[in-house]
Write a protein that binds this ligand. Structure first.
Ligand code: PLP
Length: 409
């Protein structure tokens, strides 16, 4: 007997991050910060070990009138000025597709709204094999099955395995919903090339001959891409989608404005089929109304104020941290190459992930902790959060990890 619905698992969330974060903190309390390397935290930290909260964003928020913070949003789909500014900021002039923007509580809201409203219970969502854990949790809560695609073929995106996953799912249902978290993929740090995106669009169009196709492109980390706005060029490729394809771009202020707790983001829905676009907007609007009702008005007002009145300052401040992130990841990647520590192809972003099978991973993860190095286990790997490691802590880390790995592998 259970009071909750039968279709959900009652197992507690397996939180692979917070338990290890706690262990790292205990180690610091016992042995001192100098001894401990905490590479668990997935938010951007500065060189002094403090969470980065961009001044441009939070000064703007604090200058807002109390009534702006107090108010409901003006629409369930988000304030019109926010929706317009999100579209302009994210697409950066790289799309001519008909579109709608729906404000959501972070990227989480946009991703879950898309997979839960585009698939019926019992259908299958296509997810990357190495991915942000919430995708799988969402699928479970929405009573969906999961088909995974393997991410890499050597150092390149594994288009063949994505095609296999699509074919497997097409054999059993009339629609595809595919999640691609790019650029700055979590947890590998891979970013696809424009050519790889062209291959994806060609695959989507081939599938669209017989099936409806929804691509969910999760861009949570895009504003920390090392090429900055050049990272948005690939959106042009979406102009070639077939009528039977919709792209939902999931955007978040969590990383872009270091506003994790403000719970603000957006789903940008793009498709050539205006009837389908209208239907998606209507359903997404009802989903919003039925679940979170409306989005944090202050967060939306802050986004608009920053982009309309303080854009240069915001870009300059954010880019300072993009450069810091690059400095840290350059050190780790270069040293990993020197000592032969294997990782998934890394291009940019918050995390580097060492590649190994799950048996080695478990033993390695334990051995690292015995040596005061704290990381996060992911499927087939160990995630190193360069976003929260200082330059000093990053130096020499790859060698230490390789030495420990050699003892367990
Ligand atoms: N997508 C990925 C890949 C993430 O790593 C995260 C956060 O860690 C999110 C989306 C969504 O975060 P939020 O809901 O705070 O926007």
């Amino acid at each position: 007997m259970s009071f909750v619905k039968k279709s959900v698992s009652t197992e507690p969330i397996v939180d692979t991050v917070f338990a290890i974060v706690r262990k790292a903190k205990e180690d610091v309390a016992k042995n001192g910060a100098d001894v401990v390397t905490d590479a668990t935290i997935g938010s951007l930290y500065d060189e002094q070990g403090q969470l980065v909260a961009l001044d441009t964003c939070f000064s703007s928020l604090k200058a807002l009138d109390n009534r702006v913070l107090a108010k409901y949003a003006s629409a369930f789909t988000g304030n019109p000025d926010f929706c317009k500014d999100v579209y302009d900021w994210v697409l950066n002039g790289n799309s001519t597709l008909p579109h709608e923007v729906i404000a959501t509580p972070g990227g989480t809201g946009a991703v879950d709204m898309t997979i839960s409203e585009c698939l019926d219970a019992g259908q299958t969502v296509i997810l990357p094999e190495i991915a942000w854990g919430s995708y799988k949790l969402m699928a479970g809560m929405d009573s969906l099955e999961v088909e995974n695609y393997s991410l890499f073929d050597g150092d390149a995106f594994n288009i063949k395995d994505l095609e296999r996953a699509c074919q497997t799912v097409m054999a059993k249902q009339d629609k595809l919903v595919i999640v691609i978290n790019d650029p700055c993929q979590n947890p590998t740090g891979y970013s696809m090339t424009v050519d790889e995106w062209k291959q994806v669009v060609a695959l989507l169009n081939a599938c669209a001959k017989t099936h409806e196709v929804v691509l969910l492109n999760d861009i949570a980390y895009i504003d920390f891409a090392y090429g900055q706005e050049k990272a948005k060029d690939y959106f042009k490729v979406f102009d070639d989608i077939d009528e039977n394809v919709a792209v939902v771009v999931s955007f978040s202020l969590s990383k872009s404005m270091t506003a994790y707790g403000m719970r603000c983001g957006a789903a940008i829905v793009m498709t050539k089929n205006e009837d389908n676009l209208r239907d998606m907007k209507n359903v997404f609007e009802k989903d919003a109304r039925a679940t979170w009702s409306n989005i944090n008005n202050g967060a939306m007002a802050m986004f608009v104020d920053v982009l309309e009145n303080h854009k240069e300052e915001y870009n300059a401040e954010r880019r300072k941290y993009v450069a810091l992130l690059k400095q840290r990841s350059d050190i780790f990647i270069q040293e990993a190459a020197e000592v032969g520590l294997k990782h998934y192809p890394y291009r940019e972003g918050f995390f580097v992930t060492l590649s190994m099978d799950n048996d080695v991973r478990d033993a390695f993860h334990e051995a690292l902790m015995k040596n005061h190095i704290y990381t996060v286990k992911v499927n087939k790997g160990i995630r190193v959060a360069v976003c929260s490691l200082s330059v000093e802590k990053t130096k020499g880390l790859a060698k230490k990890m390789k030495d420990i790995l050699d003892q367990v592998a």
